[in-house]
Design a binder for this molecule. Sequence first.
Ligand code: GDP
Length: 198
Amino acid sequence: MEIKSAEFITSAVKPSQYPQPDFPEIAFAGRSNVGKSSLINALVNRRHLVKTSRTPGRTQLINFFLINELLSFVDLPGYGYAKVPAAVKKKWGPMIETYLSSRESLKGVVLIMDIRRSPGTEELNFIDWLAREGLACLIVLTKTDKLSKTRQNKQLAKIAETVGRAREDLLLFSAKTKKGKPGIWQAIETIALDDTHA
Ligand code: GDP
């Protein structure tokens, strides 16, 4: 998709703070430091639209962005971040769950994982939960530039087996080389803008 505009709309912690559900929405989830901000910024051709986890503030909130005045991207707080106090962590689950289960304009979730790591229980539970909620889940394996092609293929096979999906269903991405970007956009457009998926 050619990006004409990409803007931050608002941050929210509860439904009354969400913007009007006027646009089809895609949410992005993943462990902190997985490369979520880098992926979103790469998709919209902006270096700093989404702040990285190292920037305090916005990262513990649900952040809404409007792309091309056509669809909405939602950056969910990264989970599993060791530096976050337990009390804060406790609030994340319900905050994210409330958003995912109640947002009427939500078309699907992009779950980002590091291609070098095997999916943990957190990720597997999350994938199952999304399926039960009837939400589409695109899995993006990022940081592919850190592995040789042979090791990428090995990890791809392993991760596909663990999450119970065909290899072709997993999308590979590198924020460094931007490899994989067109395929991710295509998958997002199919979920968000194709009426047959609505
Ligand atoms: P977030 O916490 O999930 O939003 O992660 P960030 O996007 O802030 O990325 C965390 C770190 O990983 C940063 O130092 C990024 O530069 C780096 N990073 C993210 N994606 C990639 C990638 O595809 N390749 C490489 N080599 N580094 C990446």
